[in-house]
Design a protein around this ligand. Sequence first.
Ligand code: ARG
Length: 303
Amino acid sequence: MSSISTATPSRTSSSFSSLPHFDRPTFLMCPPEWYDVNYVINPWMAGNLHRPSRDKAYAQWKNLHHHLQQIADVRLVHGQPGMPDMVFVAHAALVQHGVAALSSFAHPQRQSEEQPLRHWLQNAGFLVWETPRETAFEGEGDALFNANGDHLWAAHGVRTCRQSHRHVADAWHTPVTSLHLVDPRFYHLDICFAPLSGGELLYFPSAFDAPSRAKIEAAYSPEKRIAVTESEATQFACNLINVGRHIILGATGTGVAAKLTERGYAVHELNLSEFICGGGSAKSLTLRLSDSRITAGLGQPRP
Ligand code: ARG
């Protein structure tokens, strides 16, 4: 069986130019109509069962949506009853060049999100690259392109299986570097590793094992590495949205905004407390649809 499925199964490689492309930074978001903490699949959810206020969550999400709309186009996919985590839409896929590597969630509690997202992506014209159930893959949660879009970083150890990395990277024939996550609090790459548009990396070194830290240090020179402290990391400082020189992140009350401002970024800190109860923050509430170069402000629109 082929790994590819699209809304139009007869599409061939000669029609790849008809895949969706975006001249402006573009993201997908999912309103928190059905958001709640109904089960515990990460350490942040423990003790927070049914704690988030729907009204507050909705107001915080709307504020994020409003801020993101100032710097990017935003599409919406609607959540569904029984899918309280679908609002964390970043984990449903990884998108680049109109191809979407669809997640195969590790936990059964999130697997029902795959079908509505497959459907949305196919309807929007994306070429959907399926990932096998046996080798879990959690989209942008565990796989992030650098700003240039020519290198993929992928994590394993908690949710995503290492065996999925090559398969996912093959969707774009891109080189991939595997990183091993070793602290259950940092169960996804996108809460401890954020490649930035200026070529820097914001990250929490202790989330990774020593060989992974060595790979990161080989790729990013000391001036390009911005390490966050444990208290910044545990307030999801790395779970940020970066569009050109703009950065949106959950309010951390720490020095991280100053570290980023010093590097020339315009930082917008928002209160996302209700989503922290579910184990996520700004970045996990959005899925990048435009190419990473366009999102980073590096690319020229395709003619
Ligand atoms: N409850 C969701 C989960 O455990 C939260 C995801 C947020 N993830 C993140 N990378 N910030 O899958």
